[in-house]
Design a binder for this molecule. Structure first.
Ligand code: AMP
Length: 112
């Protein structure tokens, strides 16, 4: 989508620190990192929110991509959090589905 910031990152029109890429998904560091590790895993195909897809394989791949990156970067055993904010009450601000992965410090629960 032409007015989607994450589509622009995938297209290379907006720079980002790439963490991983394959034919279906793209992962990059969050510009406003909330933890020592904070990256986003997104589908290359534009999907606005989690409510707008039934693609179990693709949505599942976002999580497994995060866990594979966690293992590669060496923080999988210490732990991490994956979260997908959805719509207003979920505090979603970018309307291209994305999975946050945060790690590298003790995270609090419940979130704000
Ligand atoms: P959410 O609030 O769940 O929609 O999260 C959107 C995330 O995208 C936020 O954590 C932002 O910091 C992040 N973000 C927005 N623009 C960029 C960008 N150009 N590069 C990397 N991360 C971004």
């Amino acid at each position: 989508m032409s007015d989607c910031i994450f589509c622009s990152i995938i297209n290379g029109d907006i720079p980002a620190e790439k963490v991983y890429e394959d034919e279906e998904v793209f992962a990059f560091n969050d510009i406003a990192s909330q933890a020592p590790y904070h990256f986003l895993v997104i589908p290359k195909r534009h999907i606005s929110t989690l409510n707008d897809t039934e693609d179990e394989k693709l949505i599942g791949k976002l999580s497994l991509t995060a866990s594979r990156i966690a293992k590669q970067k060496g923080f999988a055993e210490d732990g991490y959090r994956v979260v997908m904010n959805t719509n207003k009450d979920g505090a979603q601000t970018v309307f291209h589905v994305h999975l946050h992965c945060l790690a590298g410090r003790q995270l609090g629960w419940p979130p704000g």
